[in-house]
Design a protein around this ligand. Structure first.
Ligand SMILES: [Mg+2]
Length: 179
């Protein structure tokens, strides 16, 4: 069984259904399998980082305090289930004037690598979008494409980057690589 330093997780479409610009905790829920899958994955890594593009902030569709509420909830659920979460990195940029933090760029990963002394090349990125896979691949990480959220669409439109592994969802992925 391969072990990873850190497992990086996309949020929407990977951990929770992506209803588009989720701007209230009442509209956020994990997939039924998410916490169980993360618990399994915990066995093969030191901890997790969430890396999420939230252009809804830059577009004025999500209020910062509402996003904070959602992320506090995520942190508390991880804690409750004894799943080690190093941090949640958010890129609020509007795509029209994005910084290098916005996936498929790698700024959030590089910040995490410095702050938590993470060896990115020994880490795994899990996500449902091409930008997730591309960012991970740029950093020579292993990548897992989940076919939830935008996953099926992503699979049809993969250009240069190929994920290391494609799975139906996070749970199937966890069973495959962590048991
Ligand atoms: Mg996503």
């Amino acid at each position: 069984m391969k072990k990873y330093d850190t497992i990086f997780l996309d949020r929407d479409g990977t951990l929770n259904p992506d209803s588009g610009y989720i701007n209230d905790l009442n509209h956020f829920k994990f997939y039924p399998f998410t916490l169980d899958a993360l618990k399994k994955l915990s066995k093969i890594c030191n901890g997790f980082c969430i890396v999420t593009n939230q252009s809804g902030i830059g577009r004025g569709l999500i209020k910062q305090e509402k996003l904070d509420e959602i992320h506090n909830y995520i942190r508390s659920e991880f804690k409750k289930h004894q799943i080690k979460l190093f941090d949640i990195y958010v890129c609020p940029d509007h795509p029209d004037h994005a910084t290098t933090n916005r996936k498929p760029e790698t700024g959030m990963f590089e910040d995490a690598s410095i702050e938590y002394k993470i060896d990115l090349k020994s880490s795994l990125m899990i996500g449902d979008a091409g930008s997730d896979i591309e960012a991970g691949a740029k950093l020579e990480m292993d990548t897992m494409l989940v076919l939830t959220g935008k996953g099926p669409e992503t699979l049809q439109n993969l250009n240069n980057v190929k994920p290391s592994i494609v799975v139906e969802n996070l749970q199937v992925g966890a069973e495959l690589i962590a048991s």
